[in-house]
Design a protein around this ligand. Sequence first.
Ligand code: NDP
Ligand code: OXD
Length: 310
Amino acid sequence: MTLTVLFAASDANWAEYAAPLRTAIADAGLTATLTREAAPGTVDYIIYAPSSPLQDFAPYTRCKAVLSLWAGVERIVGNASLTQPLCRMVDPALTEGMVEWVVGHSLRHHLRMDRYIVNPDHVWDPTCPPLARERPVAMLGMGELGTACARALKALNFPVTGWSRTPKAIDGIPCLHGEEGLDQALSSAQIVVTLLPRTPETENTLNARTLSLLPKGAVILNPGRGALIDDDALLAALDAGQVSHATLDVFRVEPLPQDHPFWSHPRVTVTPHIAADTRPSSACRVIAENIRRGEAGEALLNRVDRARGY
Ligand code: NDP
Ligand code: OXD
């Protein structure tokens, strides 16, 4: 049987994904027409990115799953017309990229690299930074990405505490949950990494109250979603020295508007939502495996729980 797979994403996505998707679908033993246009009633699977104008999923009556190219699904999860199973992206290469971004930016601040990279007055300050073992990290979000980043930082000896919605047991990484757990994780964290999904519950996880719990001079790394942080509270904490630096990859509005104070703040580093990209060669294999599973009647990978929102 020939399946119809609708690719609902931008022209740029199509240019990157069409060839590796065809290869991955064939390698999974499937016969499919991969297309950017099809009569809704004929479509078996939808591959979706928020760059697509597709908003009304109701006419796709035969569609067995919507497969997101993005890990974060906040722009589609609440769509009332979407009743088909929704799967988010878990791509090993995306995870690898996130680990590199988080470890790189953690080490930048831990080793105070900026002091030596930009030193116009040639200051000779032989103060050595502490060892990683003396620099506690709080990892907010212990899912696919948070757990991989926590393990990588732990391998460098950072004492990492994880925080998630539900309790977890991970070797060598104490894990907390709930509001009290958050307060405890933050109370000793010199580096805080936010890798939570955007949901109504996670909005403003870092706010004036929670930022005030941090030891003075803590660093924030946010590769999760902009809405996890109250922007004004963060700016106030930076100005007060409560937070010494924030490295932000994601924002409430993207691209970050030119007049946003983050651009010019001396202790904010803006990276343009590049912490971790889905890589077509590996992501297409994940998509093809899910189509294979759908056809074989097996459980789909990475199903989103609509009620939870992620
Ligand atoms: P997962 O769904 O695997 O993990 C999410 C984690 O957040 C889980 O540990 C979950 O807890 C926790 N969580 C969710 N809600 C709450 C809550 N209310 N309180 C406490 N913890 C909560 O997601 P990923 O790790 O794959 O991705 C995380 C996010 O990273 C994505 O949603 C996306 O927004 C962002 N991202 C950013 C990219 C970038 O380039 N900047 C690239 C890719 C993703 P529990 O384990 O108990 O369910
Ligand atoms: C994603 C992202 O969610 O790039 O995949 O942020």
